[in-house]
Design a protein around this ligand. Structure first.
Ligand code: NAG
Ligand code: NAG
Ligand code: NAG
Ligand code: NAG
Ligand code: NAG
Ligand code: NAG
Ligand code: NAG
Ligand code: NAG
Length: 455
């Protein structure tokens, strides 16, 4: 039934047939390795593949049938087919082009890379001719509603799989089980709400996983099948509100973790504890409202920690203790009480930075934080950047115990720095440009004689 439907469609709509040169005498000027694709129906279009082993084609037509053995003998290794979607005004399925594949479409090919974009794939349930050497598969904007588990069995050596911009809602148990060599999986921009437990089973070589742009609410505890995972990317998931306490229990191999552009508000101490190899933690652009004591203290390999653009109302004593970082980003907080939606003043508790060694801390653009006495006590830093923070007068105890090469306080509204404000701090360079402090006052601030001060 299916077969006869396809025959019918072949006669009705445009299809592609590849004729080898031996069957097409009229193009005798072509090189031996040239191949011709006739666009069937109206044989008006002739496309040469030439000597290249790469073939890219964008269809302007709404249908294409890849005939059995269409590319047989062409020597193509990289095949990229897409539909021209630039005329499309909406995202509706009806606007996709359609590629009809038969199980034998790729017979005779030894592909390395196959990419189908902007198409509504009609996939045979029985899968395709096994492409035993296929390393890279992209099925982007193909209106796929489910992980094509059976199809994937046709590609036993697959190393990278991109299924972004589709319409999958659930990733089922064992969905990728056959892909034992996969190291890169991109599931971004789907509509995934559920990751079933065991959904990544079998992905024993997977190193990079991108789950961005999906609709799940909880970052689940679903990564137990991924013993080699190095990078997990979760960007732009506004529905994501919570991270399971055990989410990262099974992935001690992670070196980079991004959770950004989500609705996550709270991070429970312990959630990152097993991540002893983590170097890069990107947590910007969320709704995080508090940094609790000992949240990060087990991350002994961490070098970059980004918490910019959150709603941090309070950083607790020892929030960053035991870290040795290159960069800590805490800029542009909009602290807001999540129950009353009232804007709050950020509180930085005493000894928040105690036990932290860092090259650069950026605390730019958070308006008038309430820096409690000794907030910086125990911090060793190259640069503490507090410019544009709307800071008022500098009281005696704020910078007690700070040890910094350069303290950047430009563009605040500081007019008074009380006597001895820096007496118990080590500050080699202090930039107070664009404030209204009086230069004549500076001998009283308690800075060392060698300190470089810009006013
Ligand atoms: C045949 O291939 C050679 C080398 O790739 C190229 O220089 C030549 O132009 C081709 N001839 C035709 C007729 O395409
Ligand atoms: C082929 O061309 C004729 C007229 O040029 C047109 O009526 C017909 O629809 C075309 N067939 C296909 C399959 O596009
Ligand atoms: C885009 O739309 C124009 C005018 O509506 C049409 O002539 C053209 O064939 C369309 N192109 C594609 C790729 O569909
Ligand atoms: C895609 O279609 C648009 C509009 O019809 C056209 O301007 C553009 O050149 C086409 N792109 C390709 C690669 O054919
Ligand atoms: C995705 O699937 C849902 C039903 O599950 C449907 O309502 C929606 O239109 C689909 N979206 C696209 C872009 O196809
Ligand atoms: C995943 O695919 C999206 C869209 O194609 C791309 O923007 C993103 O960079 C990819 N993720 C990774 C980790 O390569
Ligand atoms: C996502 O899935 C839901 C439920 O199936 C559906 O209502 C919604 O239209 C889908 N969204 C998109 C963008 O496809
Ligand atoms: C430092 O902060 C902690 C926690 O808020 C508080 O219990 C303690 O009294 C404070 N210590 C000083 C010296 O202010």
């Amino acid at each position: 039934m299916k077969f006869s439907t396809e025959i019918y469609l072949i006669s009705l709509v445009l299809s592609i047939r590849l004729l080898s040169i031996t069957r097409s005498c009229e193009f005798s000027s072509l090189n031996r390795s040239d191949r011709i694709i006739n666009v069937d129906g109206n044989t008006t279009r002739v496309i040469k593949i030439g000597n290249s082993d790469r073939f890219d084609m964008m269809f302007g037509t709404p249908y294409a049938i890849i005939d059995p053995q269409a590319f047989d003998g062409s020597g193509v290794k990289t095949l990229h087919l897409s539909f021209n979607t630039s005329n499309h005004t909406s995202n509706e399925a009806s606007n996709y082009g359609r590629i009809l594949l038969t199980p034998e479409s790729f017979v005779g090919l030894d592909l390395d890379s196959l990419s189908l974009k902007g198409t509504d794939l009609t996939l045979n349930r029985d899968g395709l001719t096994p492409l035993r050497s296929l390393n890279h598969l992209t099925l982007k904007s193909c209106n796929i509603v489910e992980v094509p588990t059976i199809l994937l069995m046709s590609f036993p050596k697959l190393q990278s799989l991109i299924l972004s911009h589709n319409n999958m809602t659930v990733v089922h148990h064992n969905g990728f089980e056959s892909l034992q060599h996969l190291w890169y999986l991109n599931l971004s921009s789907n509509n995934i709400t559920t990751f079933e437990s065991g959904c990544f089973n079998g992905l024993e070589e997977l190193e990079r996983l991108d789950l961005s742009g999906n609709s799940f609410i909880l970052l689940p505890d679903a990564f137990e099948g991924l013993p080699k995972l190095l990078e997990l990317h979760v960007r732009n998931c506004p529905n994501l509100k919570e991270i399971d306490d055990n989410a990262f229990r099974a992935t001690p191999t992670l070196t980079a973790l991004t959770i950004s552009g989500t609705g996550v508000r709270s991070l429970q101490p312990g959630v990152f504890d097993g991540l002893l190899r983590l170097k890069w933690l990107q947590l910007s652009d969320n709704q995080i409202n508090r940094i609790r004591k000992n949240l990060f203290n087990k991350l002994e390999s961490l070098e970059y920690l980004f918490l910019d653009n959150n709603r941090i109302m309070r950083m607790e004593s020892h929030a960053f203790s035991r870290l040795n970082l290159r960069y800590l980003g805490l800029s542009y907080q909009s602290p807001m009480d999540s129950d009353t939606f009232h804007v709050q003043r950020q509180v930085i508790e005493n000894r928040t930075f105690d036990g932290l060694t860092v090259d650069i801390i950026s605390m730019v653009g958070t308006l008038n934080p309430n820096i409690t006495p000794a907030a910086f006590d125990g911090l060793i830093a190259g640069l503490v950047d507090l410019h544009c923070a709307n800071l008022g007068n500098i009281e005696t105890d704020i910078f007690i115990g700070l040890n910094v090469r350069k303290l950047d306080l430009r563009l605040n509204r500081i007019s008074i720095i009380v006597a001895d404000a820096f007496k118990e701090a080590v500050v080699e360079e202090l930039d107070l440009s664009f404030n209204s402090v009086k230069i004549t006052d500076y001998p009283s601030w308690g800075l060392s004689e060698t300190a470089l001060v810009t006013i």
